[in-house]
Design a protein around this ligand. Structure first.
Ligand SMILES: Nc1ncnc2c1ncn2[C@@H]1O[C@H](COP(=O)(O)OP(=O)(O)O)[C@@H](O)[C@H]1O
Ligand SMILES: [Mg+2]
Length: 498
């Protein structure tokens, strides 16, 4: 495997056209973890609300009926006391009521004897009793009733005492019951809130735990997609569910790796096999060249055609060999530290000479402070990158107008970058073509131009491959004022400039 193989390498096809997010419902877009958290929270809320409601209403029912029974009992005791006194001929009725009430806290009583009304205090009188309740009791039926008096809840007991032609009413304040119930409701609400938060927290932590293996899978998948085919999942736990996932994932990658390597080997073998007949053909053509002057014009034309096609074929084979080597992971990358300015200048100078009718050499514009920036690159590969880009500019756009180098933005891994752009003012590339040109054997519509006969459609694919092996990326954009601009981005050593 080469030393440098990273997802950031190669072309920036993906970076420039990010996959559009799936547009589901809002719920689906929340993400699995959030959804599980919400579900757990809702479950806890439902549970605590129903348990709380049940507790509240049961307690309330119990407290009210308990208080009702006690109050009724008390009222009957008082009523029998009054009956006894009235029978004994007592006429001091108000002191009698006061005496009857003395044992009961928070109650007031009203007495009717032969059409006359007596009240123990000013706080509750005859008119304060609900009319229907009063009538019912006066008609001879004992009854109880809950009602509001001056905004406070009261419990009234009415007891007819026919033997002395009297009716006894006792009114109990039950506002303390309301207070107790309010405290209870508040406590239950707080408990419900805590349960809901706890439920959501448990959901979040549980979903986090169960999704953790998936994070590993996703990281491994990204690494594999980035070319690190030897990435495997670690069988970290004995969990039978996870062991199954890990095993099948690793098996899948094994098969994938084997297949990719087999295909790369095949291409490499084919290219190798083609080399020796090509050498023979080349040698035979050389012999024929020696007889050029003796050949008739048609044969010379055929000879020219044959020579051109053979050159193209040779180049294709050597490009294929190079590509298949990096596919198989057997590309040798020899990295050395160089200063950016020198590297750019040398590789441009080495490549502009002898290109299709010697176009005007491109202007080299390197930011002065980039000149000393240190890069760790494979020089041969960088020169191949520049050679292919300059050659394309020469073929398709009459030569590159400038080669520029500027600082790029910082990368995700925190390293600073430089961007080397090869700019021409030819026809440029359609937006749809800008990523396709880096595909293998892709030849655009401008490939019918002068000198294009030598093209194989592998030039830019190799540029992408070389850039990836140099830990960089490459893409095409439109040059200012029209034309093509190919940008190669490479990281700077330590992200610092010396
Ligand atoms: N500077 C350029 N201007 C316009 N088109 C270009 C330029 N460079 C490359 N292309 C297009 O990209 C295609 C792919 O280029 P390349 O991979 O080098 O293959 P080849 O040069 O063998 O056709 C070319 O066929 C051409 O259409
Ligand atoms: Mg080319």
């Amino acid at each position: 495997m080469p030393h440098i193989r990273e997802a950031a390498g190669g072309t920036v096809t993906e970076a420039l056209s990010p996959r559009s997010r799936s547009r589901g419902t809002l719920w689906a877009r929340l993400g699995l973890r959030t959804r599980v958290t919400v579900m757990f929270g809702m479950g806890a809320l439902l549970l605590s609300a129903s348990m709380g409601g049940l507790s509240y209403f049961t307690t309330r029912h119990f407290l009210v009926s308990e208080r009702g029974t006690a109050s009724t009992h008390q009222a009957y005791v008082n009523a029998s006391l009054i009956r006894k006194e009235l029978r004994a001929g007592s006429t001091q009725l108000v002191p009698l009521l006061v005496q009857a009430d003395s044992g009961t806290a928070g109650s007031d009583s009203v007495l009717e004897v032969a059409g006359q009304w007596y009240a123990r205090s000013f706080s509750v009188s005859r008119s304060d009793l609900p009319r229907s309740f009063r009538r019912l009791v006066l008609s001879g039926s004992a009854a109880t009733q809950t009602f509001q008096l001056y905004g406070a809840p009261e419990f009234a007991v009415g007891i007819p005492i026919p033997s002395v032609h009297a009716v006894y009413f006792e009114v109990f304040a039950i506002s303390d019951l309301g207070g107790t119930l309010r405290v209870l409701a508040l406590a239950l609400f707080a408990a419900g809130l805590v349960t809901t938060i706890l439920g959501a927290a448990i959901g979040r932590s549980a979903s986090g735990r169960s999704l953790r293996p998936l994070t590993g899978v996703s990281r491994a998948a990204v690494a594999i997609a980035g070319g690190r085919l030897d990435t495997r999942l670690q069988a970290a736990s004995d969990d039978p569910d996870l062991v199954g996932l890990t095993t099948s994932f690793n098996q899948m990658v094994d098969q994938l790796q084997e297949r990719i390597e087999r295909e790369a080997r095949f291409t490499s073998d084919v290219s190798h096999e083609l080399r020796s007949p090509l050498t023979t053909l080349s040698a035979s053509l050389g012999v024929l060249e020696g007889y050029r002057t003796e050949l008739p014009p048609q044969a010379i034309r055929a000879l020219n055609l044959l020579t051109a096609e053979l050159r193209r074929f040779e180049r294709m084979v050597s490009d294929l060999l190079e590509i298949s080597r990096s596919d198989a992971g057997s590309a040798d990358v020899s990295l050395e530290e160089v200063t950016a300015g020198e590297l750019i200048q040398r590789s441009v100078a080495a490549n502009v000479r002898g290109l299709y009718g010697d176009p005007i050499p491109p202007e080299i514009r390197v930011d002065p402070d980039i000149y000393t920036a240190r890069l760790r690159v494979d020089k041969r590969r960088f020169e191949r990158i520049m050679a292919n880009l300059l050659e394309n500019a020469a073929i398709y756009a009459g030569g590159a107008t400038s080669v520029e180098a500027h600082y790029g933005p910082q990368r995700h891994d925190g390293r600073s970058t430089i961007r080397v752009s090869v700019i021409d003012h030819g026809a440029g590339l359609d937006r749809s073509e800008r990523t396709k040109v880096f595909e293998r054997f892709y030849r655009g519509h401008s490939s019918g131009k002068r000198g294009a006969g030598t093209g194989t459609g592998l030039g830019l694919a190799l540029v992408a491959e070389h850039t990836r092996l140099n830990d960089g990326r490459v893409w095409a954009e439109e040059a200012e004022g029209g034309g093509a601009c190919f940008v190669v981005e490479l990281p700077i050593v330590n992200g610092t400039i010396t």
